[in-house]
Design a protein around this ligand. Structure first.
Ligand code: AMP
Length: 190
């Protein structure tokens, strides 16, 4: 089984590359941002709870995210593996994911981090905001908050995987195909 954490700041290209990885390796996409947006669209209690954090570009509390991921893994019985996209975003989430993996007798194969400079990220997010319909992509202060939250709370997650010898950084600037080719080189060594 391949279980890959695709890591990087908002706007790094995780969603785009996830799609490529999923079709090549036949994996299950587990994007916590997408799951929250689905709940939001369906008006569930979880969606209502998540909205106030998402609207401000802040992180939804760990226990809420973790139980949603637990649920998704439990309800995906037959799969070649998962692409974790936008999760884990805190060290507590990474620890919880390790426990969830153990409970299901599976392992994280590795983390692939997409490296993109901050000015390019902001430009990409603004561009995406023109068509994504995401309010958090359209407001400068929300974009700033999301990048700051990434640097303060999410970046330590990279170190968590580095300590386990599971971390690979890839240049996230270039053509989609070129970046994907670099990603496949890493995955093919798992
Ligand atoms: P994303 O689509 O990954 O950029 O996520 C959009 C928003 O959903 C984030 O700004 C957070 O408010 C929330 N979110 C998504 N994933 C997580 C996570 N793993 N932990 C906490 N909040 C999350």
């Amino acid at each position: 089984m391949l279980n890959i954490v695709l890591f990087g700041p908002p706007g790094a290209g995780k969603g785009t590359q996830s799609e490529n990885i999923i079709s090549k390796y036949n994996l299950t996409h587990l994007s916590t941002g997408d799951l929250f947006r689905k709940h939001l669209g369906e008006g569930t209690e979880l969606g209502k709870l998540a909205r106030k954090y998402m609207d401000e570009g802040r992180l939804v509390p760990d226990e809420v995210v973790i139980s949603m991921v637990d649920d998704k893994i439990a309800n995906t019985p037959e799969t070649n593996g998962f692409i974790f996209d936008g999760f884990p975003r805190t060290v507590a989430q990474a620890e919880a994911l390790d426990r969830l993996m153990e409970k299901n007798n599976i392992k994280i194969s590795g983390m692939i981090a997409l490296d993109v400079a901050e000015d390019i990220l902001k430009e990409r997010i603004r561009e995406r905001g023109k068509t994504s319909g995401r309010t958090d992509d359209q407001d400068e202060s929300k974009i700033e908050t999301r990048i700051r939250v990434y640097l303060d709370e999410t970046l330590p997650v990279a170190e968590y995987y580095e300590k386990q010898g599971k971390f690979t950084k890839i240049n996230g600037v270039g053509t989609i195909e070129g970046i994907f080719a670099d990603i496949t080189k890493v995955i093919d060594q798992y």
